[in-house]
Design a binder for this molecule. Structure first.
Ligand code: BTN
Length: 262
């Protein structure tokens, strides 16, 4: 089922992507990894094309064949108390990896979208399987628009690809090695007690960001970001100054455009 990588990739990681598998096409690397029996923590599945790529909150993730970086990583077992911050730690790790490229300064949109100049170039989907109150499998799926051309991305609202900002075709093997290394460093630090709140907040320009909050039940409402909460929730003030805690599974946010800020 698995094949050799379609590009050179010089991995320097200790446990992330040990092993690293490549499959030319699959429905979703998160789903494939979830169903792969007896895999060690660190296993990564990379693909060139997903025909049913999944995003957060039931959305789809689509990328033209051979253009993006689409992979899923199986994390080693970790204390349940750490799980809620994994989307945040992962976003910081991927941002650090992208930042290795000149002129690339990614921002994070809560909880874990990667943006360049206000356009989404990457997303993260963390999924855990539970047995009782313990998590038995946690999979981190990362999708980056790397060399996608505008024809493809024009259909996806607010999306852009990394190459539009670097000005050249990005070597995906090099990018993969850089991002996997940055992820390993972030997870290692996290497991040794580092907390991502401060760095995430700088990269997300929180506090002070003006937002629209979208939930399925209510009309969108205005808020101002106050802080990232202990467990990765976003703490905001609404327009009458009440403090509200937003959970990523319940709502999405849109950054307010400068012209609509009173
Ligand atoms: C989002 O922004 O909504 C998250 C997108 C996550 C996409 C990645 S691509 C690799 C992995 N496999 C999937 O089906 N989804 C994630």
């Amino acid at each position: 089922m698995f094949e050799p990588l379609p590009f050179d990739c010089e991995l320097r990681t200790r446990w992330v992507a040990r092993p690293l598998y490549f499959i030319a096409a699959t429905a979703s690397t998160n789903s494939l990894l979830r169903n792969l029996p007896a895999s060690p923590g660190g296993t990564v599945i990379l693909t060139d094309y997903q025909f049913s790529g999944r995003g957060r909150r039931g959305r789809r993730w689509s990328s033209a064949p051979g253009s993006g970086l689409l992979f899923s990583l199986l994390l080693p077992p970790m204390p349940t108390r750490n799980l809620s911050l994994l989307p945040i730690v992962t976003a910081v790790g991927v941002a650090r990896g992208l930042e290795q490229y000149p002129e690339v300064t990614p921002l994070i949109k809560w909880p874990n979208d990667l943006l360049l100049h206000g356009r989404k170039i990457g997303g993260i989907l963390v999924e855990s399987e539970w047995s009782g109150s313990e998590s038995s499998k946690t999979i981190v799926g990362v999708g980056l628009n790397v060399n996608d051309d505008n024809d493809h991305l024009d259909h996806v609202e607010g999306a852009a690809s990394l190459s539009a900002f670097t000005g050249t075709v990005v070597a995906r093997g090099e990018l993969l090695a850089t991002v996997l290394q940055a992820l390993e460093d972030a997870y290692d630090a996290f497991l040794q007690g580092w907390m991502p709140h401060e760095e995430w907040s700088q990269r997300a320009k929180v506090p002070g960001k003006r937002l629209w909050v979208h939930s399925s039940e209510q009309v969108p409402w205005k808020a101002t970001a106050v802080a990232l909460g202990e467990h990765g929730e976003l703490i905001v003030h609404n327009c009458v100054g009440e403090t509200i805690s937003l959970r990523a599974g319940d709502v999405s946010i849109r950054t307010m455009s400068p012209e609509s800020i009173p």
